[in-house]
Design a protein around this ligand. Structure first.
Ligand code: ZN
Length: 314
């Protein structure tokens, strides 16, 4: 028995502008990862693991919870079928205004504009970004993405649409990259877990208290009413240290959540606060060695504990 939990987090399975990969590579990689996790660990529903840790109980040996953020449409035809073939449970964190089609995903819209970029340079915020080569475009995209994470959501969304207008022709019609409410209901009907990833995917600590409260409460209400089930798990958008703070954690508890996952790598132990749960974010292309490396950035002791967590002891 164990009192440690490894929470893993994915976004999409198939390639997207923000997470590019060769066609089919995501599904193959995800299958390989699930096979390894199934062989090495014991997958538990995140909700049950939160209860167990809160009650001071023991988890199965090498306990792993599988989570997914943002509401990518490929969850229904790639992630869920792959999980179901192995009988593994996942928890899916949804953004209520993306389901409603009121907003898009700014990080995908920025990446898509760079994919279709026809400009050779961009003047932005007092800087000239060279866009004349793929390497330069990638550097500009990364610099702008990091810069935009420092401002509030309204400023960020406005900036993305202005940048897109200036570097690329209008986006063509394409199949939706994200689930709508019908898709979310189909997902909920599969029996996998559903959590909130806020209303509009703001970086919460960059917003005032009233906005944070609204993002936490209204998303929970919308998901509960829209899907007819309790929603009391939260994933902080972006989720790094500094993207949520003490006030965010208190507001999350007050909004009725039981726990929240971050994107800060590490293992969750009984001493960790339930509103700052460590989580290791991977893509379908992440290998097991790289996974351990991500956790190892927390310290070599942590890496050893993950290896122990995932390595059968006989
Ligand atoms: Zn997200």
């Amino acid at each position: 028995m164990s009192r440690r939990l490894l929470v893993l987090g994915w976004h999409n399975i198939d390639p997207t502008p923000f997470y590019p990969a060769a066609p089919g590579a995501g599904r193959r990689g995800f299958e390989r990862q699930l096979a390894a996790i199934d062989r090495l660990g014991t997958v538990v529903p995140l909700s049950e693991a939160v209860d167990t840790l809160a009650a001071g109980g023991s988890l199965p040996p090498r306990a792993v919870a599988l989570t997914f953020d943002d509401g990518y449409a490929d969850w229904l035809d790639a992630a869920v079928p792959a999980l179901d073939r192995r009988g593994l449970h996942g928890t899916f964190f949804l953004v209520s205004d993306i389901l409603s089609g009121r907003i898009g995903a700014w990080w995908e819209e920025l990446a898509d504009a760079f994919d279709r970029c026809t400009a050779t340079s961009l003047e932005w915020a007092g800087r000239t970004h060279d866009l004349s080569t793929p390497v330069a475009r990638r550097a500009a995209q990364d610099a702008l993405k990091d810069e935009l994470k420092l401002v509030d959501r309204a400023t960020r969304v406005e900036a993305v649409s202005r940048i897109a207008e200036r570097i690329a022709p209008p986006a063509p019609e394409r199949p939706p990259m994200f689930l709508d409410w019908a898709g979310a209901r189909a997902l909920a009907a599969t029996g996998h877990g559903i959590g909130s990833h806020t209303v509009t995917h703001p970086i919460l600590a960059r917003e005032d208290a009233a906005t944070q409260r609204h993002e936490l409460e209204a998303s929970r209400t919308a998901l509960e009413e829209g899907l007819g089930q309790t929603v009391d798990l939260l994933a902080y958008p972006n989720g790094n240290a500094g993207d949520y703070d003490q006030q965010t954690m208190e507001l999350a508890r007050a909004a009725g959540y039981r726990a929240a996952v971050t994107t800060r790598p590490g293992l969750v132990g009984p001493q960790e606060p339930p509103f700052a749960m460590h989580r290791v974010v991977l893509t379908p292309l992440t290998g097991v060695a790289e996974l351990f490396g991500k956790v190892a950035r927390k310290g070599t002791g942590m890496a050893r504990r993950v290896v122990r967590t995932l390595t059968p002891t006989g």
